[in-house]
Design a protein around this ligand. Structure first.
Ligand code: ZN
Length: 610
């Protein structure tokens, strides 16, 4: 017996724009939770592989076990999204959801606002479904959907730049008192004190989903505060027990969380992504993100999943569409300028696109059995895109922006920060694990003629002068956002994310040390290139040929110059900084053969004051 399909259609006129509503409405994990859907569990499909991000899911509702297979969500940001669910148990056989968001009025006199049309089609499995659907969807969901959508709209309309929906805090026993006393302790540290009350307020007021993954740079941008200050505030708050670390390893393909850990030590180098069914090596520079969450001793955070395929879980994917073999689909896309790629799960690579004002108004993006064309396409915005699946199998087309989120704090970045190394010296990697950290600026320094110094001014004075030199050097390094990795005798190894910061720190320290009655001469060199992070003597260290080369540059320095390699010299920020100085530095080439690298010739330069 095939039962009648129910159809519900709700329409709302809202004040906020589609762009403002999208992050909340298309966050179906949040929406499901806010409308009272129970938490879902992922289930295996009994060994059979599900294709194209289909998933087996389970939940319990009113004591009833409900199992279903979920199709991948399809969407075009910020216009529409939808999903189809085929139930294996429970009162419903199939359910289809489609949400469309359009601007309320178009044209120069448009007052903004959106029209949201929410539709549900549900076919009952049995007689219970005939009763349950009109009650559950027609009455309960209808009321909750309307209330939740109105709440989102009021929130985004009142705060065009929002950080988190307000929510009633679920404090742990004694949590509120702990929050206040840890706040006092935080004020006594070297942090930007004006940010402390804001952090406390956030921990108290923000909703669970935001607090489960607190991003310091998102907070900083929202507070209009320097990003490093907010990151350092979060590090101190973690040291004191107000926040906890949350390290997420992101899959390089889908950028979903492939594994999540409380410490770096728990992180594996080789990881498997369930969604993409690929193995990959963790890369600190891009794929390991550090977020924070409140300590459970302060506030308990809801960590259940309510929807696993939400468009907002992969916000870099602007359009996702499931195309049967041989199918075509036309999409009208409002795209921001930048580079994009269309890919599917079954074929390597993708079709690359650049969106720019002079690009073409339309393009056919066609996948054939032998893969994607190599030629990059140029598209205007808005553009009409034809997805074409010319293969013999169903394909999930994903159009994604290629830039990585610049509001993410990466492991490479935070481990190169002095405060992190000072506060979390035990946060090392699993012994033997090696992680690529991308390119870093590696600095080595040494004191010139320190033996002579000991002879001239006596051991005691010379020793305190040498100790004092570490302080001055470290201060210069920290001011520029770098970190001391280790000291070996009078020598120091330090690391920076950007070459220009390393150069500035060294020139500054050199000048400061050369002043005074017993001047010290700091020999210094900087090299920039890819590095590998490891744990050495229980501490985060680096190795690789970049470090070996960097270690030898200091030997070429006279003690009143900084020796830099070609990657440092050619760095655009370094070039710009050198030309912007009121008293320009002398940058003179030196030809040198470095020990241990006899077969290579290195182009080196000396950077010195006049
Ligand atoms: Zn993946």
């Amino acid at each position: 017996m095939k039962l009648y399909e129910f159809h519900y259609r709700w329409e709302w006129e809202l004040q906020s724009s589609p762009e403002a509503l999208w992050p909340l409405l298309a966050d179906t994990n949040r929406f499901n939770r806010d409308t009272g859907v129970p938490a879902v569990e992922r289930r295996s499909n009994g060994g059979a592989k599900l294709t194209n991000l289909r998933r087996r899911l389970h939940l319990r509702r009113l004591g009833l076990a409900v199992d279903w297979e979920e199709e991948p969500f399809e969407w075009i940001r910020p216009q529409r999204f939808g999903v189809v669910r085929r139930y294996l148990s429970g009162p419903i056989a199939t359910m289809r959801v489609l949400v469309e968001i359009s601007p309320k009025s178009v044209g120069p006199k448009s007052g903004g606002g959106s029209r949201v049309v929410y539709q549900v089609w549900a076919r009952p499995r049995n007689l219970l479904g005939l009763v349950a659907i009109p009650l559950q969807i027609g009455v309960i969901s209808a009321r909750r959907f309307a209330a939740t959508i109105r709440r989102y709209d009021e929130f985004t309309a009142a705060r065009p730049i929002a950080f988190a929906l307000p929510a009633r805090a679920n404090f742990a026993p004694g949590g509120k008192a702990r929050l206040l006393s840890l706040g006092d302790a935080l004020l006594k540290q070297e942090v930007a004190t004006k940010l402390v009350p804001r952090l406390l307020q956030t921990i108290e007021d923000a909703d669970d989903l935001t607090l489960a993954k607190l991003r310091p740079y998102v907070l900083a941008d929202f507070w209009q505060a320097p990003r490093r200050e907010v990151l350092e505030l979060c590090l101190w708050a973690t040291r004191l027990g107000l926040l906890e670390f949350h390290w997420t390893l992101l899959c390089p393909l889908c950028r979903g969380a492939a594994s999540e850990h409380k410490t770096l030590r728990d992180m594996q180098v080789r990881v498997h992504c369930e969604s993409c069914n690929i193995d990959f090596s963790a890369n600190f520079a891009q794929s390991v993100e550090l977020t924070f969450r409140p300590s459970p001793a302060v506030r308990e955070i809801e960590l259940n999943e309510f929807c696993v395929g939400s468009p907002q879980l992969t916000p870099h994917i602007v359009a996702q569409q499931l195309l049967a073999a041989g199918a075509q689909r036309i999409l009208h896309l409002p795209l921001e300028s930048g580079r994009y790629r269309v890919r599917t799960l079954a074929h390597p690579g993708g079709q690359y696109l650049t969106v720019e004002p002079r690009g073409s108004p339309s393009a056919i993006l066609k996948l054939q059995e032998n893969g994607w064309p190599e030629e990059e396409r140029r598209l205007a915005t808005p553009a009409t895109v034809h997805f074409e699946n010319a293969t013999a199998a169903e394909q999930l087309f994903m159009l994604e922006r290629l830039v990585w989120n610049d509001q993410a704090v990466t492991a490479a970045e935070v481990t190169a920060l002095q405060l992190f190394r000072d506060l979390f010296s035990s946060e090392a990697l699993r012994p033997g694990a090696e992680f690529s950290v991308g390119s870093l600026a590696i600095v080595f320094t040494d004191l010139r003629g320190s033996t002579q110094l000991y002879r001239e001014i006596g051991d005691a004075v010379a020793f305190s002068r040498v100790l004092n030199h570490f302080e001055i050097l470290k201060e210069a390094i920290v001011t520029e956002g770098g970190a001391v990795v280790k000291t070996i005798g009078d020598a120091v190894m330090a690391v920076f994310r950007r070459p220009v910061a390393a150069l500035r720190a060294l020139l500054h320290a050199q000048q400061k040390l050369a002043a005074g009655p017993t001047p010290l001469h700091l020999k210094a060199g900087v090299h920039y290139g890819p590095c590998i992070a490891v744990t050495l003597n229980d501490r985060l260290d680096y190795f690789g040929s970049t470090i070996n080369i960097a270690a030898r540059l200091e030997g070429q320095s006279s003690g009143s110059d900084v020796v830099i390699s070609a990657p440092v010299r050619n760095d655009p920020e370094v070039q710009e900084w050198l030309t912007l100085q009121s008293e320009p530095f002398v940058v003179a080439p030196i030809a040198a053969t470095l020990k241990g690298f006899d077969e290579q010739r290195f182009d080196l330069w000396r950077v010195a004051r006049h």
